[in-house]
Design a binder for this molecule. Sequence first.
Ligand SMILES: [Zn+2]
Length: 420
Amino acid sequence: MLSWRFRYIFAGTARTKTLLRGLTAQHYYWSVGVAPQTVRGITTRWIEWRARRRTDPAERLQFLQSRLKRKRRRVRAPVPAITLGLALAGAALLRPWSRSSEVPRVESPRLISTQISTKSAPAAPPHVWLVENAERYDLYSNGLRVENQYLASTAPRKYLAFARARLDQAAGAWRSEPAGIVFHTTESHIAPFEEDQNRTLRRAGEGLLEYVSRRRSYHFVIDRFGRVFRIVRETDYANHAGNSIWADDTSIYLNLNQSFFGVAFEAQSNPDGDQMPANSAQIHAGRILVEMLRSRYAIPASNCVAHAQVSVNPGNGRVGYHTDWAARLPFGELGLGDNYLCPLPSVTLFGFQPDGSLAEAGDAPLGQGWQSALEQVRAEAARRELPVERYRQALQKRYRYDLAAQRTHGVPEDSHGSDR
Ligand SMILES: [Zn+2]
């Protein structure tokens, strides 16, 4: 009898077609940023034309896989190659799938890294210290000035960080130190950034700051003039991330209001246009704010991410419920590596699926993150000789189980992300 894996591949059904479509999309992905646009287009079309000439689905799949491997070797794309390598290495070391278990015994693919390649990893942030602590503002050694006139409190930060190696046991440790940063856009009214708009710009900014302070929406807001306002105390949680997931090499974080800082740019996300949502004053302020937070709280660069990367909708099992900074977050200018390339932990660990609009944006930065995450899920399902959908459902079950464990442990439930 054919194993699940071979039944899956040779079925010649819609599933096979979906897989083939996925591989075709992968070809686009591997070619991004490697060859000039024209050459890339011709190469991809040539491969696809040759693939289409193979009428047998299995033969076509084999051809595409061989081209995929060859292309990976040639471009030496460090992130996906390393990711897949780790995935396979991790897969070889993990115990087989347990079919009889009642709770979701899906072991953590712990050697699958969410980290980006060390080659592109940014340098450690410079040491930043507090220079002056006045009533209305704080001044830091890297030039950062944080305004305190809208400061509010919630309650001291406390959260359960799940141990990645023992996720199936919902094991974790209580922490009160921030683990990362989620970047937001406020999605508030944005007036043209012009001199004769000063009055409107200032009024809109003040209205926004009063609003987010009342709602305890973020830890920091960077206004249109690049001023940094502290909204919620650094020791407290803020209502910024809603249902959300992120992970690093050792820990998994569910619902990041407690575990991550929320940093919002007074801006509107503009995923379809080509304009950067934040202006250069805001980006500069963002950079020195990130430096300060990373220096003071030892936050790894890979835990500094866009809201769209972490946001999930448990109701429909999709990622990207909130879509702010789904594209164009200037990671490099903020002193960070390109975290858009990180395989989304919500997909690899908990079986979430890309949302429709994001799924179509295969070439978009965030699309690359979920593409490589989906590839990991496929590889892991194949290793366990399970149909992808069944494996994904088991991961979703584990998510609900861990979420319930977190609730049982008493982590306060908070509102959804509060971008306007
Ligand atoms: Zn947001």
